[in-house]
Design a protein around this ligand. Structure first.
Ligand code: FAD
Length: 623
């Protein structure tokens, strides 16, 4: 039979993890199959069609730096772009885009269909082919066997998925899609630790039934930020406004009255939900003293009237949903197009994974995305890319690669999941990273693209663009270093009004840029600045490197010191129980394990980098 049935990598599931996994494996040059329930739902955004946000855009840019799809798809589909935390430092600045759901899916589909080495196939995977304990392929619902060297499973919320609306529930992978019952049962029979989580989504509203004049308009940024290092503003479709309304006392009363039919509060749902994206009923209970919550009304696209009311995710019965929606300003006559619902699903304890995302119990089987206990497209996409890459490497008998915590948010994500596990849907925040000033969203390419190229992930086109950018940064930094402004010169006169006091000695442009009141734009044109306007990505890197040089080098020193000290021996008689600053759990684990070195301590489940730093301080005090 000509039909291809042997692959190096099979990816099950065409969501955000699966599409990045399949693309990454195929970019590595290995024969890859992406098997998903429905080709029409490849790259589907199950919840809000928004990409990025604090901590999350860092992951998108890292995916992009490794030539993944999410960033470019966002530039092609984003209908409102904003820079969050724009007044704060670069470490916590983040890009967020509201996407057109249809354009986003089309952009992902385009990349998949035009990727060499990648085959797409629409079927449900029902079972794994296992040989000598290792995953060696999958069997579909109609019994087709696909053999492979490795399998990446990215089934999202579909494993044992149960959808709840009020006290009614039914099996489903997400509204309108079937669950994966057969595969879930097969996996439950293996020695993985499985538990249940839940997530939810709000009812969607028909824009024609909404009075926007009663709401506050929320436009995007005038100068729209760009998500991909290979993207540009010209790619962005037409930009539109979002709106803001609020819940009120009446809304909260309606919700409280409906609680006796809430699956969450009557014990029907057992899975734990996302703490940082709670349902509206959760918010009313947890923040009982608040009499109003802000609700963002976000369009789902340019060619649809569907609106996403961000902030009222709910699994209350449908009649309560109608009442609560209509109690808000501007929504008095709102028509609900799709009811909100909650979904419970199986997830695997990520502590059963290696850092490559290969499972510890079954060689050749990788897990990525929501099934590892995370929530969010970005978290899923980042894991997918890593799992696809490592599956491809394994299929070539090559060593796995995972970035360290000081190299990428992706490293933080994987390390958090594997060292601590998770009991609730895990989402990324900048606060989870110790080395925020080094792991910025603006420099993900500087951190990762070279490594991506070495691994075989990065295309010639991106590599050429990256090298050009890196060279331009070096050249411009050199120019600033070697261009001097003399007192009383015409350049000094141009710059003096920006300074607290006029300059009285010669200054390099680089030294001037260190001054808080001076921006790159103020000095760009001085001393024969480049003839053509310098690329914004280049000037941004130059400016941040100069202005934050002190902090960045201090953080780099910390990383270096910690790395050097990893081999520091931990004396056998250390009394962990008396060490200040360590949690009881950490003290207990260290006392039990008695690791020989700091490196060994850092690998114990639940021993965070912060705990390792404290250990170091104690050792120094002892010395
Ligand atoms: P998914 O995007 O779910 O993709 C899974 C894919 O696998 C699907 O294409 C499916 O068809 C396919 N598949 C499954 N089983 C099989 C099989 N056996 N054979 C073949 N194909 C299979 N995230 C947030 O950040 N905030 C939120 O508020 C939020 N709310 C959500 C609400 C709902 C109702 C849902 C369903 C998800 C929500 N999410 C939210 C999560 C976000 O959608 C996911 O984290 C993200 O989509 C996970 O990506 P994934 O690739 O792991 O899985």
């Amino acid at each position: 039979m000509d039909f291809p049935s042997h692959f190096d990598v099979i990816v099950v599931g065409g969501g955000h993890a699966g599409t990045e996994a399949a693309l990454a494996a195929a970019r590595m040059g290995v024969k890859t199959l992406l098997l998903s329930h429905n080709i029409e739902t490849l790259g589907q955004m199950s919840c809000n069609p928004a990409i990025g946000g604090i901590g999350k855009s860092h992951l998108v840019k890292e995916i992009d730096a490794l030539d993944g799809a999410m960033g470019l798809a966002t530039d092609k589909a984003g209908i409102q772009f904003r820079t969050l935390n724009s007044r704060k430092g670069p470490a916590v600045r983040a890009t967020r885009a509201q996407a057109d759901r249809i354009l986003y899916k089309a952009a992902i589909r385009y990349q998949l269909e035009n990727q060499e080495n990648l085959w797409l196939f629409q079927q449900s995977a029902e079972d794994l082919i296992v040989e000598e304990g290792a995953a060696r392929g999958v069997i579909t619902q109609t019994g087709i066997r696909f053999n492979s060297k490795t399998v990446v499973l990215t089934a999202g919320t579909f494993l044992g998925g149960v959808i709840h609306v009020g006290l009614q529930n039914h099996a489903g992978g997400r509204a309108g899609d079937p669950p994966s019952i057969g595969l879930a049962e097969k996996l439950r029979a293996l020695p993985f630790r499985v538990d249940r989580l839940k997530t939810g989504t709000p009812p969607r509203i028909d824009a024609r039934s909404v009075d926007f004049s009663l709401m506050q308009a929320q436009p995007g940024d005038d100068i729209t930020p760009v998500m991909s290092y290979m993207g540009n503003r010209a790619m962005h479709p037409r930009q539109i406004e979002c709106f803001i309304t609020h819940t009120n006392e009446r809304t909260h009363d309606i919700i409280r009255r409906g609680m006796d039919r809430s699956p969450m509060y009557t014990g029907v749902i057992e899975g734990v939900g996302p703490r940082y994206c709670p349902s509206i009923e959760d918010k009313i209970v947890r923040f009982a003293d608040k009499n109003s919550h802000q609700i963002f009304i976000e369009p789902e696209g340019l060619t649809t009237h569907e609106l996403y009311p961000n902030g009222i995710s709910t699994s209350l019965p449908f009649d309560v949903q109608i009442e609560l929606v209509r109690s808000m300003k501007g929504m008095e006559n709102a028509h609900i197009i799709r009811p909100g619902y909650a979904i419970e699903y199986d997830y695997f304890n990520p502590q059963d994974l290696k850092y490559s995302l290969e499972t510890k119990h079954m060689p050749g089987l990788f897990f990525a995305g929501q099934i590892n206990g995370t929530t969010g497209y970005e978290e899923a996409g980042a894991q997918g890319l890593l799992a696809g890459l490592n599956a491809a490497l394994l299929s070539q008998d090559k060593e796995a690669w995972t970035p360290r915590r000081d190299e990428a948010y992706l490293g933080v994500l994987v390390d958090d999941l594997i060292s601590m596990g998770t009991k609730e849907p895990y989402r990324m925040f900048t606060s989870r990273a110790e080395y925020r000033l080094i792991l910025r969203e603006d420099n993900a390419d500087m951190r990762l693209t070279e490594k991506g190229r070495e691994l075989g992930l990065v295309s010639d086109q991106r590599w050429a663009a990256f090298c050009k950018k890196r060279e331009a940064i070096d050249l411009e930094t050199q120019r600033l270093k070697s261009s001097w402004i003399m007192p009383n010169s015409s350049e000094a006169e141009a710059i003096n009004p920006k300074l607290e006091a006029p300059i009285t000695r010669e200054y390099s442009l680089l030294d001037l840029l260190k001054r808080p009141s001076i921006e790159y734009a103020d000095i760009a044109g001085l001393k024969n600045g480049l003839e053509e306007a310098i690329d914004e990505q280049v000037s941004e890197q130059v400016q941040i490197a100069v202005k934050y040089a002190g902090y960045i080098s201090r953080q780099a020193d910390d990383i270096e010191r910690l790395r050097r000290q990893e081999n520091t021996p931990l004396p056998e008689d250390l009394d962990y129980s008396s060490m200040e600053g360590l949690s009881n759990e950490v003290k207990q684990k260290l006392t039990q394990a008695r690791p020989a070195t700091l490196a060994a301590a850092s690998r114990i489940q639940g021993i965070t980098p912060a705990a390792v730093s404290l250990l170091l301080i104690h050792l120094k005090k002892r010395a």
